[in-house]
Ligand binder design. Structure first.
Ligand code: MN
Length: 246
Protein backbone atom coordinates (compact mmCIF):
# COMPACT_ATOMS: atom_id res chain seq x y z
CA UNK A 1 0.00 0.00 0.00
CA UNK A 2 1.25 3.50 -0.88
CA UNK A 3 0.41 6.03 1.82
CA UNK A 4 0.70 9.82 1.67
CA UNK A 5 1.00 11.39 5.12
CA UNK A 6 0.27 15.07 5.71
CA UNK A 7 -0.98 17.42 8.42
CA UNK A 8 -1.84 21.05 9.16
CA UNK A 9 0.57 21.61 12.06
CA UNK A 10 3.51 21.67 9.67
CA UNK A 11 6.44 19.45 8.71
CA UNK A 12 8.19 19.76 12.10
CA UNK A 13 5.24 18.56 14.20
CA UNK A 14 5.96 15.53 16.40
CA UNK A 15 2.44 14.33 15.57
CA UNK A 16 3.38 14.05 11.89
CA UNK A 17 6.49 11.96 12.46
CA UNK A 18 4.52 9.74 14.88
CA UNK A 19 1.86 9.12 12.21
CA UNK A 20 4.45 8.50 9.48
CA UNK A 21 6.15 5.86 11.63
CA UNK A 22 2.85 4.20 12.55
CA UNK A 23 1.81 4.19 8.87
CA UNK A 24 5.11 2.63 7.79
CA UNK A 25 3.92 -0.69 9.26
CA UNK A 26 1.24 -0.77 6.53
CA UNK A 27 3.18 0.12 3.41
CA UNK A 28 5.36 2.64 1.62
CA UNK A 29 5.06 6.08 3.19
CA UNK A 30 5.70 9.49 1.66
CA UNK A 31 5.37 12.59 3.83
CA UNK A 32 4.30 15.83 2.22
CA UNK A 33 3.33 18.54 4.69
CA UNK A 34 3.08 22.34 4.91
CA UNK A 35 6.38 24.13 5.69
CA UNK A 36 4.61 26.27 8.31
CA UNK A 37 1.57 25.70 10.53
CA UNK A 38 -1.72 25.81 8.62
CA UNK A 39 -4.19 25.00 11.40
CA UNK A 40 -7.80 26.17 10.93
CA UNK A 41 -7.21 26.78 7.22
CA UNK A 42 -9.99 24.37 6.34
CA UNK A 43 -9.87 23.19 2.75
CA UNK A 44 -8.21 26.32 1.37
CA UNK A 45 -6.17 25.85 -1.80
CA UNK A 46 -3.46 28.12 -3.18
CA UNK A 47 -4.83 29.27 -6.51
CA UNK A 48 -3.34 32.75 -7.02
CA UNK A 49 0.36 31.85 -6.85
CA UNK A 50 2.55 28.82 -7.49
CA UNK A 51 3.50 26.27 -4.83
CA UNK A 52 6.92 24.67 -4.44
CA UNK A 53 8.36 21.84 -2.36
CA UNK A 54 11.72 20.79 -0.94
CA UNK A 55 13.06 17.55 0.41
CA UNK A 56 12.90 17.67 4.18
CA UNK A 57 15.52 15.67 6.06
CA UNK A 58 15.82 14.35 9.63
CA UNK A 59 13.23 13.20 12.10
CA UNK A 60 11.45 10.68 9.82
CA UNK A 61 13.91 7.80 10.19
CA UNK A 62 14.44 7.09 6.53
CA UNK A 63 10.91 7.95 5.39
CA UNK A 64 10.83 10.18 2.30
CA UNK A 65 9.59 13.62 3.39
CA UNK A 66 8.90 16.94 1.70
CA UNK A 67 7.81 20.37 2.91
CA UNK A 68 5.42 22.37 0.76
CA UNK A 69 4.79 26.12 0.54
CA UNK A 70 1.05 25.56 0.67
CA UNK A 71 -2.02 24.45 2.57
CA UNK A 72 -2.88 20.91 3.70
CA UNK A 73 -5.18 20.53 0.67
CA UNK A 74 -2.31 21.69 -1.59
CA UNK A 75 -0.07 19.00 -0.08
CA UNK A 76 -2.60 16.31 -0.99
CA UNK A 77 -3.01 17.69 -4.51
CA UNK A 78 0.75 17.93 -5.09
CA UNK A 79 1.53 14.61 -3.42
CA UNK A 80 -1.01 12.65 -5.44
CA UNK A 81 0.24 14.41 -8.59
CA UNK A 82 3.94 13.70 -8.01
CA UNK A 83 3.58 10.18 -6.63
CA UNK A 84 1.37 7.87 -8.59
CA UNK A 85 -0.97 5.26 -7.18
CA UNK A 86 -1.45 6.66 -3.68
CA UNK A 87 -3.95 4.31 -1.99
CA UNK A 88 -4.51 6.23 1.20
CA UNK A 89 -3.99 9.72 2.64
CA UNK A 90 -3.45 10.06 6.38
CA UNK A 91 -3.56 13.48 8.01
CA UNK A 92 -2.30 14.31 11.50
CA UNK A 93 -1.80 13.47 14.19
CA UNK A 94 -3.11 16.93 14.94
CA UNK A 95 -2.13 18.58 18.21
CA UNK A 96 -5.66 19.37 19.35
CA UNK A 97 -8.96 17.57 18.81
CA UNK A 98 -11.12 17.99 15.72
CA UNK A 99 -14.54 17.21 17.12
CA UNK A 100 -18.06 18.28 16.23
CA UNK A 101 -18.30 21.47 14.24
CA UNK A 102 -14.56 21.97 14.03
CA UNK A 103 -14.88 19.72 10.97
CA UNK A 104 -15.61 22.94 9.07
CA UNK A 105 -12.35 24.66 10.00
CA UNK A 106 -9.95 21.81 10.50
CA UNK A 107 -7.01 21.72 8.09
CA UNK A 108 -6.29 18.19 9.31
CA UNK A 109 -9.70 16.86 8.33
CA UNK A 110 -9.73 18.94 5.14
CA UNK A 111 -6.56 17.25 3.87
CA UNK A 112 -8.28 13.88 4.26
CA UNK A 113 -11.41 15.29 2.60
CA UNK A 114 -9.31 16.57 -0.30
CA UNK A 115 -8.06 13.01 -0.80
CA UNK A 116 -11.64 11.72 -0.99
CA UNK A 117 -12.44 14.40 -3.58
CA UNK A 118 -9.64 12.88 -5.66
CA UNK A 119 -11.13 9.41 -5.23
CA UNK A 120 -8.60 8.30 -2.61
CA UNK A 121 -9.35 7.16 0.93
CA UNK A 122 -8.71 9.86 3.53
CA UNK A 123 -8.29 9.49 7.28
CA UNK A 124 -7.75 12.36 9.71
CA UNK A 125 -6.26 11.76 13.17
CA UNK A 126 -6.21 14.23 16.07
CA UNK A 127 -5.49 14.15 19.78
CA UNK A 128 -6.98 16.29 22.54
CA UNK A 129 -4.56 18.48 24.44
CA UNK A 130 -4.47 20.06 27.85
CA UNK A 131 -1.73 22.28 29.21
CA UNK A 132 1.11 20.13 27.87
CA UNK A 133 2.03 18.90 24.41
CA UNK A 134 0.73 15.38 23.82
CA UNK A 135 3.08 12.48 24.52
CA UNK A 136 3.27 10.88 21.08
CA UNK A 137 5.36 7.93 22.28
CA UNK A 138 2.56 7.04 24.67
CA UNK A 139 -0.07 7.64 21.97
CA UNK A 140 1.65 5.45 19.37
CA UNK A 141 0.07 2.09 20.36
CA UNK A 142 -3.38 3.70 20.36
CA UNK A 143 -2.77 5.19 16.93
CA UNK A 144 -1.61 1.77 15.76
CA UNK A 145 -4.77 0.14 17.12
CA UNK A 146 -7.07 2.72 15.51
CA UNK A 147 -5.36 2.42 12.15
CA UNK A 148 -5.49 -1.36 12.31
CA UNK A 149 -9.27 -1.10 12.81
CA UNK A 150 -9.77 0.82 9.53
CA UNK A 151 -6.76 0.26 7.29
CA UNK A 152 -8.12 -2.68 5.36
CA UNK A 153 -11.44 -1.14 4.39
CA UNK A 154 -11.61 -0.72 0.66
CA UNK A 155 -14.18 2.01 0.32
CA UNK A 156 -13.17 5.53 -0.55
CA UNK A 157 -14.44 6.82 2.71
CA UNK A 158 -13.62 9.82 4.84
CA UNK A 159 -12.87 8.98 8.47
CA UNK A 160 -12.27 11.37 11.34
CA UNK A 161 -10.38 9.77 14.24
CA UNK A 162 -9.95 11.53 17.58
CA UNK A 163 -7.92 10.35 20.56
CA UNK A 164 -8.57 11.58 24.08
CA UNK A 165 -5.63 12.89 26.10
CA UNK A 166 -5.36 9.62 27.98
CA UNK A 167 -7.00 6.91 25.84
CA UNK A 168 -8.55 4.00 27.76
CA UNK A 169 -8.01 1.65 24.82
CA UNK A 170 -11.66 1.45 23.79
CA UNK A 171 -12.45 2.32 20.16
CA UNK A 172 -15.99 3.40 19.25
CA UNK A 173 -17.70 4.40 16.01
CA UNK A 174 -19.46 7.72 16.51
CA UNK A 175 -21.52 10.41 14.84
CA UNK A 176 -20.36 13.99 14.44
CA UNK A 177 -21.69 16.18 17.22
CA UNK A 178 -23.65 19.00 15.63
CA UNK A 179 -24.68 20.78 18.78
CA UNK A 180 -22.49 23.33 20.46
CA UNK A 181 -21.28 26.03 18.18
CA UNK A 182 -20.49 29.38 19.60
CA UNK A 183 -17.98 31.25 17.52
CA UNK A 184 -17.07 34.06 19.80
CA UNK A 185 -14.93 37.14 19.29
CA UNK A 186 -12.86 38.13 22.32
CA UNK A 187 -11.59 41.71 22.30
CA UNK A 188 -8.27 42.62 23.84
CA UNK A 189 -5.46 45.16 23.56
CA UNK A 190 -1.98 44.74 22.16
CA UNK A 191 1.05 46.14 24.08
CA UNK A 192 0.72 49.38 22.10
CA UNK A 193 -2.81 49.89 23.37
CA UNK A 194 -4.45 49.06 20.05
CA UNK A 195 -7.55 46.89 20.05
CA UNK A 196 -7.27 43.42 18.59
CA UNK A 197 -9.47 40.36 18.51
CA UNK A 198 -9.30 36.60 18.97
CA UNK A 199 -11.82 34.30 17.32
CA UNK A 200 -12.56 31.33 19.51
CA UNK A 201 -15.04 28.46 19.50
CA UNK A 202 -16.69 27.38 22.74
CA UNK A 203 -19.07 24.43 23.20
CA UNK A 204 -22.37 25.78 24.51
CA UNK A 205 -24.49 22.63 24.62
CA UNK A 206 -23.87 19.22 26.17
CA UNK A 207 -22.71 16.61 23.68
CA UNK A 208 -25.07 14.00 22.17
CA UNK A 209 -24.65 10.38 23.36
CA UNK A 210 -22.79 8.38 20.78
CA UNK A 211 -21.15 11.44 19.26
CA UNK A 212 -17.44 12.14 18.77
CA UNK A 213 -17.38 14.66 21.63
CA UNK A 214 -19.10 12.17 23.92
CA UNK A 215 -16.61 9.38 23.13
CA UNK A 216 -13.48 11.45 23.68
CA UNK A 217 -14.90 12.84 26.93
CA UNK A 218 -15.24 9.21 28.12
CA UNK A 219 -11.60 8.44 27.27
CA UNK A 220 -12.55 6.43 24.17
CA UNK A 221 -10.96 6.69 20.75
CA UNK A 222 -13.60 8.05 18.36
CA UNK A 223 -13.96 7.11 14.69
CA UNK A 224 -16.53 9.11 12.72
CA UNK A 225 -17.36 8.12 9.14
CA UNK A 226 -18.20 11.20 7.09
CA UNK A 227 -19.83 12.00 3.76
CA UNK A 228 -19.27 14.89 1.39
CA UNK A 229 -22.89 15.43 0.38
CA UNK A 230 -24.04 18.58 2.19
CA UNK A 231 -27.57 18.45 0.79
CA UNK A 232 -30.31 18.88 3.38
CA UNK A 233 -32.19 15.80 2.20
CA UNK A 234 -35.14 16.20 4.57
CA UNK A 235 -35.82 19.77 3.48
CA UNK A 236 -35.25 18.90 -0.16
CA UNK A 237 -37.89 16.18 0.09
CA UNK A 238 -40.38 18.62 1.64
CA UNK A 239 -39.80 21.21 -1.07
CA UNK A 240 -39.95 18.60 -3.81
CA UNK A 241 -43.32 17.40 -2.52
CA UNK A 242 -44.62 20.98 -2.55
CA UNK A 243 -43.26 21.49 -6.03
CA UNK A 244 -45.05 18.36 -7.26
CA UNK A 245 -48.37 19.56 -5.81
CA UNK A 246 -48.27 22.85 -7.76
MN1 MN B 1 -3.43 21.77 13.56
Amino acid sequence: MKILVTNDDGIYSPGLSCLAKVAAAHGEVIVMAPDIEQSSMGQAITSGKPITYKKSPTHFEGIEAYRVTGTPADCVALGTHLFENIDLVLSGINIGSNLGNSAWHSGTLSAARQAVLFGIRGIALSVSVGEDEPDFDALKPFAQAALKEVINENERRLLNINFPRNPNGEIVWTSQSVRQYDGKIMANEDPMGREHYWFTVIPIEPEEDGSDRWAVKQGKTSITPMILDLTDQKYLNERSKEQNRT
